[in-house]
Write a new protein. Structure first.
Length: 351
């Protein structure tokens, strides 16, 4: 579990100390306040370590490996011209960026730093005692099933401008279906998603995804984009990437979804939390936040531990307010505008 993330002079943040819940973490803010940056820096740190364990087995993390692996992942995920562009330039002269990830229960942190002139390496200030157990999953705002055929091989053999989270997720989408003791829990998570989609997700031998509805397969390109996002989530559950332990980072899950689909996404997110997945969401959707709040009041989800983080622009960069409920994060303009519009609409209707 990722217990906390500390940022100093990182992109829009002068200094931020974010604490996380073991289940659901929701980051809320206006555009350009750094919601996605928080997801990406945490994802990059976790991915660098988990990849090492997957490829070479358990062992003690080393500074020599981490200093290159983390820098490479940050460059590939954020796509800056050079690594130092991620360090905040609030004043003339060299600025040092510091990032620290604290894990639980009571594990040594991972801390690294770099400055505005850094290009391809970070300095490892603190080394964790063990690698993460499982690769984290990152879902971007765009669905990826339609670009999947050939994307990974093309990405690894040519210079593409897409961020590497797309490549990482495509690899997980193409993994074989999970079998064994996890199948029962997988089915429990899949059934409501398949009911919402009206069918099941299939991957043919040519590497193309289809939605099979009552025995008739439809190319994923012809399926509504909102349903494709549900299908992407269903596929990751079916392969076991989102079952039991692990991390899910999801940027604006409500994007291109209608309210009915958002309700299904909210319920699935909480079900994943109950399965042991630590979930991190970035959103400014009042509908999604309300739906999560409604579900969290029900007995079936009351045990889900939550953390809400509100991002606000300040005179010296973005500031974070946080708490266990949405009421603890202060006023967010995007949410306030939606509430205001509802009030104005009701007023017009009653005049």
């Amino acid at each position: 579990m990722l217990k906390s993330l500390s940022l100093k002079n990182f992109t829009a943040f002068t200094e931020a100390r974010l604490s996380f819940a073991s289940n659901l973490n929701v980051i809320v803010g206006e555009n350009s306040t750094g919601k996605t940056h928080i997801l990406k820096v945490a994802y990059s740190a976790l991915y660098a370590g988990a990849t090492r364990k997957k490829e070479q087995g358990p062992g003690t993390p080393t500074k020599a490996y981490l200093q290159t692996a983390i820098a490479d992942k940050l460059n590939a995920v954020f796509r800056p011209d050079e690594l130092g562009r991620l360090a905040r330039r609030a004043s003339p002269g060299r600025q040092r960026c510091e990032v620290s990830c604290l894990f639980s229960p009571n594990k040594p942190p991972l801390a690294f730093s770099f400055n505005t002139t850094s290009k391809s390496e970070v300095t490892i200030d603190k080394t964790p005692s063990a690698w993460p157990d499982k690769l984290p999953v990152y879902l971007p705002t765009r669905e990826l099933l339609t670009i999947y055929p050939g994307f990974v091989s093309l990405y690894e053999t040519t210079h593409l401008s897409f961020e590497e989270t797309w490549r990482d997720t495509c690899i997980l989408l193409g993994a074989p279906l999970a079998r064994g003791p996890r199948e029962k829990r997988i089915r429990e998570l899949l059934v409501p998603l398949e009911e919402a989609m009206g069918g099941k997700v299939e991957l043919d031998k040519a590497g193309r995804f289809y939605l099979n509805v009552a025995g008739v397969s439809t190319e994923m390109h012809l399926v509504a984009e909102g349903l494709r996002k549900l299908a992407m989530l269903a596929r990751l559950i079916a392969t076991g990437s989102l079952v039991d332990k692990g991390f899910l980072f999801w940027d604006e899950p409500e994007s291109n979804l209608n309210p009915k689909a958002i309700k299904m996404i909210a319920r699935t997110i909480l079900s994943l939390c109950q399965s042991g997945i630590q979930v991190f969401l970035a959103s400014h959707s009042l509908f999604l936040l309300r739906e999560l709040d409604i579900l969290l009041q029900r007995d079936e989800f009351k045990a889900v531990k939550t953390r809400f983080i509100g991002l606000h622009r300040g005179e010296e960069g973005v500031e974070a307010t946080q708490g266990d409920t949405i009421d603890d994060i202060g006023s967010i303009d995007a949410l306030t505008e939606e509430l205001s519009q509802s009030d104005r609409y009701l007023k017009v209707e009653t005049e």
